[in-house]
Design a protein around this ligand. Sequence first.
Ligand code: URA
Length: 214
Amino acid sequence: MTTKLPPNFVVVNHPLIQHKLTLMRDKNTPSAVFRQLLREISLLLGYEVLRDLPMSTRSIETPLTQMDAPILEGKKVVFVSILRAGNGLLDGLIDLVPSARIGHIGLYRDPVTLQPVEYYFKVPSDIADRRVVLVDPMLATGNSVAAAIQRVKDCGVKDIKLVTLLAAPEGIARLAKAHPDVQVFTAAVDSHLNDHGYIVPGLGDAGDRMFGTK
Ligand code: URA
C-alpha cells in the first residue's frame, strides 16, 4: 500500500537510516545493538529536524583574524520523550544539542481501548518560549502522540515537531487531522496496524526490544 503523505510529513530516506532500520527490524537483532542503532538513527533524524533552527552571529577571533561567525540563536530547544520508548531517541538528540532542556510524558496504551492514559508529566517551566521536539519511535494509532502534542500545546507551546522512526497510515491520518501544524519526521511509513495495534511489518514492541523486557 502506498500512503499519500500530508504536507506536514517528511520521510527521511537516507541510505544510512534505511540500512540501520533494516537491522533494527530483524527480530534476531539483540537489545544492545537495537539501542545503538536507534541512537545512531536519532542523530541522523535530528540533523533534519533541527535544520531550521534560528541562527545569529557572534564576533570571534580565529588565530588569523576577527570574524562574525554563525551561532545558534536564542532559547534552546526542549526534547520531550514519550515514555518509555521515546528515551531511545533521546540520547542521540542530546548529543547534538547538549544544552537542550528535557521533558518526559508518561502515557500507556490501554490494551483494550488503545486509548492513551497519562501517568507522568514533567517539562521545563519556560517550555512555552521554546521549540519542542517530541520523540516517540512508533507512530501507530497516533492516539498517544496526539495526546502528548495536545498536552504540550496546553502549556502554550507554539513551535512543535515530532521525530518518529516508523509511522503507520492510521497514525499519519490521525495526526494530520488533529495537529496539521506539527511537522513530523519519520524514517519510514509501514503498511498497516494489526488487531493489537502493532505496526506491520514494523519491528515489534520498541520498548521491549530496547530494554529486553520480553
Ligand atoms: N508501539 C510499539 O512499540 N510497536 C508497535 O508496533 C506499535 C506501537
